[in-house]
Ligand binder design. Structure first.
Ligand SMILES: NC(=O)c1ccc[n+]([C@@H]2O[C@H](COP(=O)([O-])OP(=O)(O)OC[C@H]3O[C@@H](n4cnc5c(N)ncnc54)[C@H](OP(=O)(O)O)[C@@H]3O)[C@@H](O)[C@H]2O)c1
Length: 210
């Protein structure tokens, strides 16, 4: 069975994941960071796109947890652009880099799965992860990956923290970038919760037709 997919991200009050430089922007309040920590700890795997690895170089681990207790880290990287010194390749947790069948690159310290042609086939990947016992998958971004998961109808829950800053920028990433959907195909969400966490608010949605 496919894992339950929880998309989690933080955006500014004007709807950006980061500023125009695309460098990591601290949007979450301390209370939200604690919530994200708990969500990570309760997930079997955490997934990002290679764009996030290149922009933010995240560890994707939970501080203080030994490698065997950290969730599996997954990077969608069709063409093998993950730098060999990327933090997701450290020994703090297991890592899978998912490329396409055309890509021949491998990384020491990570397993490579080849899945799809041209671009990683996310739906097929979820089937593979389900077979491996991944029940809960947290998708942390960025905007291209989140859009792609919504477009393919793979999202079950969408959690977005709205912070208290405005950064602007027509090219700044947003929670769902990609090519966009035809208006009549907009993904319908059901608001299931809202919670003030420090200087921002967490909005929780289920995907209505997911
Ligand atoms: N505020 C937050 O919560 C948050 C969280 C994460 C990231 N961010 C920000 O988001 C930005 C990065 O976002 P991004 O949109 O540039 O990158 P991204 O979504 O992390 O990665 C996009 C890349 O993933 C690869 N990919 C592989 N399979 C894919 C698939 N099936 N669908 C879509 N993409 C696929 C594509 O490159 P290939 O074609 O080469 O494979 C694509 O360019 C940074 O500015 C970062 O700081 C913010």
């Amino acid at each position: 069975m496919r894992p339950r997919v929880i998309v989690n991200c933080a955006m500014t009050a004007d709807g950006k994941l980061a500023g125009r430089s695309r460098r990591q922007l601290r949007i979450s309040s301390p209370q939200d960071m604690e919530r994200v920590r708990e969500l990570r700890a309760s997930s079997d795997a955490i997934l990002v796109g290679v764009g996030t690895v290149l922009a933010d170089d995240p560890h994707l681990t939970i501080k203080g947890l030994p490698p065997e207790s950290n969730p599996l880290r997954i990077v969608l990287d069709s063409n093998g652009r993950t730098p060999s010194g990327a933090r997701v390749l450290d020994a703090r947790a297991r890592t899978i880099i998912v490329t396409t069948e055309e890509c021949e690159r491998t990384w020491p310290g990570a397993e490579t799965i080849r899945c799809g042609r041209g671009r990683v086939d996310a739906a097929r990947l979820l089937d593979l992860l389900g077979e491996r016992g991944v029940d809960t998958l947290m998708v942390e971004g960025g905007g291209e990956i989140i859009f792609s998961f919504f477009q393919a109808g793979l999202v079950d829950q969408y959690l977005v923290f709205v912070g208290s800053q405005v950064v602007g920028g027509r090219d700044s990433p947003t929670p769902a970038d990609g090519d966009g959907l035809p208006e009549e195909s907009a993904v319908r969400l059901r608001l299931t919760g809202s919670e003030v966490l420090g200087d921002g608010i967490l909005l929780s949605y289920e995907v209505a037709n997911g």
